[in-house]
Every structure is written in C-alpha cells, then in structure tokens.
Design a protein around this ligand. Structure first.
Ligand SMILES: *Cc1c(COP(=O)(O)O)cnc(C)c1O
Length: 382
C-alpha cells in the first residue's frame, strides 16, 4: 500500500477553489497590456495598507527588495549597524550586508523564536541605526519593549513581516508597528502571488515618498534622479492575483489556526509533549491570552532527533522542512563578522531542533491524524 501523501503545502488545492476568479483577473491585465505598476497595483496598495493598519503601501518586486528599499529609505550607510535576529531567512541579514552596513545578531527567545528584547540594549553602540525584528512563522515579535528602546535611543524599526501578514500584537497588525513594515508575496507565504512580489507599508509621508522614488531608480519626475534607487516594482499580473487572494486571506489564516489548535491538542493527548520528545509552538501566545494573533505561516515543532524524524516522515509521504538549519551568524558569507559556534546558543539550538510540519488550511483531519500518528510511531509511542 502506498502511504498517505501529506505535502508541506498544497497550492493546487488552494487554486482549485479560486481558479475562475484568478483567470478572469489575469485576463483583464492581458487585455489591458499594461503590466508595470498602474491602477491594479495602486488598488492593491490601498487595500493592503488598510489591511495592515498603515497609511501607505508600496508594491515592490519581492520581500527581500522590500527590506532593501526600506533600509535605503532610511539612508543606511556603510559601517552603520543594524540589530536583527539570526534565526530567520537569509534576506533579513543579506540586505544589511548589501548596503555595506553591519548586521549585529542578537539571540532569540526560545519560546517564540523571535528576537529577545531583553538582549537588544547590550548590542546597541554609537553606530546602531535600526532594529529589524522578524515576526517568524506568523507570530509577532514582542514589540512594546523594542519600540520603547528604539524611541529612547533614536533608532528606526523595520519590521520583517514577510511571514506575518495579518498577524497581530496587542490588536495591532504586524508591519504597522515600526517605522516601516516589509511583506513578501512569495508563493509559500500566507498571501502568495504567482511569482515574486512584496510590499512596504508605512504611515510616515516622507518615508513613503522616499520608498516610492527609490522603487523607480530614485526618480520623482521621470528621467530626473535625485538619488540612486533601483527597479523594485511590482507588476500588474501579480497585483491582479493578489487582489483576488486577499479576499480569502482571513479565512485561510483561520483555517491554519484551527489546524494548529487541532495539532496542539493531538500532541498533548499523544503523550509526546509530556515525554519531552516534542514541544508544540503555542506557548508564546497562550501565556498572555490571545494578544499575539498567530497566523501560522509555519507550525514549527521542537523535536528530539530531528534529522532522523524528518527522514522518517518523508519516507511516510509527509512533507516537512527545517526552517532554518544554520543561523545567519554562522553562515560562511558572514564569517568576517567574527561570530563562532556557541556565540548565540538559543538560535543554534533552535536550528538543531526546529521542524515545520504541514499546516495549510486545506489539510483534512485524517491528514493531521496521520502526521501525529507517524510522529508517535517514530518515538515508539503507538
Ligand atoms: C520570505 C522571507 C523574506 C524574503 O521574501 P522574498 O519575497 O522571498 O524575497 C524575508 N524574510 C523572511 C523572514 C521571509 O520569510
């Protein structure tokens, strides 16, 4: 018998429900033959800004470029220091290095996987210009202490909300809490396009104007360049797809949350949590009531014998992934920064223990039960 197949993400299942609407939206763009920025992108910018609780949105070419253009708007210069978390996707640190600024990595909180605010103060120097909290896996960072410290020391806060559109911190949506918020529409994010895309959201008119110009080579008037920017534009085809999908986003995120709750209960009932083989990712928001509205871009366990469990799940037709196997401070390209193994131990331990399992909204109960059963079997609890 072939085993049940449970992919990590099934975008075909999502597409099946919205095919006709998406095709109509794409067809409209084809008929218009207007592909770069334009009214569809502007419409999406207004919708996403409102969705995030920010005044402005600017469609850009990717989540990475959203971060890059946000730092460019803040006039980050060579030698400036930017504080961020090392347990994240590469972009967060990469954009800092691309501006010849220096990433300063601060360790994470073991429960939320996000920047530990209590460690930031000690990393601030006279060269520090900004903090980039990453809202990892769909859960907000602890923003109050970060914003207070930033205000006290005159620092900018750029939120990496690539995985967290719609996630909330004390009723505020991720992306609208810091000075600039950066979203990604990479296909595997909760709001995913049919290719690369991203958005910068903010409420400061001066920052908005600056990002808007930087996105088109630093020009406010065509062919006149006040400063050097790049081509960081979102195209109309992506905006058309995203505009359709945005109407479904809350329902999809609710579906992910319902799946997370199902897993939480199933893992607790399984005996695995008690035995210490598996820790579920829920404690951070449960501690303080539901103040962190988690959108579960990933449902990330901490597990014993992670690599062997991953192989076992794959053999049984279950998609799972390690986000992220090597924290940024130990990446070869950042060797010159002088970190060594053991320097940020909480992130390093997370890299050894984290395993993300399928959480997408179309999962059936039978699929979730199968995933939990196979994990129990691995730890010989069945
Ligand atoms: C996906 C992601 C990015 C980059 O977004 P792209 O659209 O892939 O360029 C940045 N930061 C985090 C945390 C991400 O998950």
């Amino acid at each position: 018998m072939t085993p049940m197949q449970v992919p990590l993400l099934d975008l075909k299942a999502q597409y099946a429900g919205i095919r006709a609407e998406i095709k109509a939206a794409i067809d409209e763009v084809c008929e218009s033959q207007a592909f770069i920025l334009g009214p569809r992108v502007e419409h999406l910018e207004r919708q996403i800004a409102a969705y995030c609780g920010a005044k402005y949105g600017l469609g850009v070419s990717s989540g990475t470029d959203a971060l890059l253009v946000a730092l460019m708007a803040l006039e980050i210069r060579p030698g400036d220091e930017i504080i961020t978390a090392p347990f994240t996707f590469f972009s967060t640190g990469g954009v800092i290095a691309r501006l010849n600024a220096k990433p300063v990595f601060v360790d994470i909180d073991p429960v939320s996987f996000n920047l530990d605010p209590s460690r930031i103060r000690g990393a601030i120097t006279a060269k520090t210009r900004a903090i980039i909290p990453v809202h990892l896996f769909g859960q907000s960072s602890d923003m109050d202490p970060i914003m207070e410290l930033a205000e006290e020391r005159g620092l900018y806060v750029v939120e990496d909300a690539a995985q967290s559109i719609g996630a909330e911190y004390k009723g505020k949506r991720c992306g609208s809490i810091g000075h600039l918020g950066c979203l990604s529409f990479f296909p595997s994010k909760n709001l995913g396009g049919f290719g690369d895309g991203g958005m910068v959201v903010c409420s400061d008119p001066a920052l908005y104007e600056r990002v808007k110009a930087l996105r088109v080579h630093g020009s406010r008037t065509k062919y006149y360049h006040a400063f050097v920017g790049g081509n960081f534009r979102l195209d109309a085809l992506q905006a058309a797809v995203l505009g359709v999908k945005l109407n479904y986003l809350d329902g999809w995120s609710e579906g992910r949350r319902a799946n997370a709750l199902y897993y939480d209960r199933a893992f607790r009932a399984s005996g695995l949590v008690e035995k210490g083989d598996v820790a579920t990712p829920t404690a951070a928001y449960k501690n303080g009531g539901d103040v962190h509205y988690h959108i579960y871009n990933q449902y990330t366990l901490r597990v014993e014998n992670r690599d062997r469990l991953q192989a076992h799940l794959k053999e049984n037709g279950i998609g799972c992934e390690v986000y992220y196997p090597l924290p940024l401070h130990l990446q070869e390209c950042f060797a010159g920064l002088g970190y060594s193994r053991g320097s940020l131990p909480v992130s390093e331990e997370a890299s050894r223990q984290a395993l993300s399992i399928p959480i997408y909204p179309e999962l059936t109960d039978a699929m979730k039960d199968y995933v939990v059963a196979k994990i129990r079997a691995f730890y010989k609890l069945s």
